[in-house]
Design a protein around this ligand. Structure first.
Ligand code: GLN
Length: 250
């Protein structure tokens, strides 16, 4: 199958090698005989609601977020439509913040967001930096762990009816106090976790690929044949151990 990926603002939102997530998805798809076709979608580019099986947006400094926020807000209807039609999504840090209702910077300025996720973010004075370990349940009864790295000033507050991506075991997470990290809305995932995220969390990469294939085939997400993820599991163990040792400490 051809899996069509829309990469939002790759030249603006790509800190901590967030574009590495695309490389992992490309490789893991190819190992199952699928081809990932990645299209960069930037300021002024169209976003047809049916054009992509997976949409991806990385993280960035406040300055870069300010450069793209008006364009992302203008794409809000298309993002909602793509989501409603079952496209998978992964949004990291600054991109995650702007898929909510908006981000208020330390200078008081407000960047309106796409309003897909039920949350809002306000920048605090102290950045939340370090390794993170989460527990999540994307499929009923299937508990998994995610390890990554966070660096954000933003404190994201989820709406009461919004679903977090996971429970923080070690780290700060959305706001350093709720005990939750990220947000999930069906096939759309938002997270503060960089690293990049997917090389050390291969099951999550496969979950996203399966959702994208479900969209591409207009069917249920398929079970992907397992890969021997020795290196990936080692990377996860190292990251999880760092989080255990240091995560969530100022
Ligand atoms: N600029 C945002 C913040 O500081 C997002 C940072 C990021 O993407 N790592 O919270």
């Amino acid at each position: 199958m051809r899996i069509r990926v829309g990469h939002l603002y790759p030249e603006y939102l790509n800190i901590y090698a967030d574009r590495g997530n695309i490389a992992v998805l490309t490789r893991r798809a190819a190992l199952r005989g699928h081809e990932l076709v990645v299209t960069a979608i930037s300021v002024g580019d169209a976003l047809p609601a049916d054009a992509y099986d997976l949409l991806y947006v990385g993280g960035g400094q406040d300055r870069e977020q300010a450069l793209i926020a008006p364009d992302l807000e203008a794409k809000s209807d298309a993002l909602h439509a793509a989501h409603a039609r079952g496209a998978a999504m992964l949004a990291v840090c600054g991109g995650y913040q702007l898929l909510g209702r908006g981000y208020r910077g330390r200078d008081g300025s407000f960047l309106p967001g796409a309003g897909l996720f039920g949350h809002e973010t306000v920048a605090g004075d102290v950045r939340m930096i370090g390794d993170v370990l989460l527990e999540c349940e994307l499929e009923p009864g299937v508990r998994c762990r995610i390890a990554g790295f966070e660096n954000h000033a933003g404190r994201t507050v989820l709406d009461p009816n919004a679903t977090p991506l996971g429970r923080v075991i070690h780290g700060f997470g959305n706001d350093g106090s709720s005990g939750f990290e990220g947000c999930r809305l069906g096939r759309a995932l938002g997270t503060y976790l960089h690293g990049p995220l997917l090389p050390r969390n291969p099951w999550l990469a496969d979950w996203l690929l399966a959702q994208a294939l479900g969209h591409a085939t207009d069917g249920t997400p398929p079970q992907l044949e397992p890969l021997s993820d020795t290196l990936e599991q080692d990377a996860f163990r190292v990251a999880a151990e760092r989080a255990r040792k240091r995560g969530g400490r100022r």
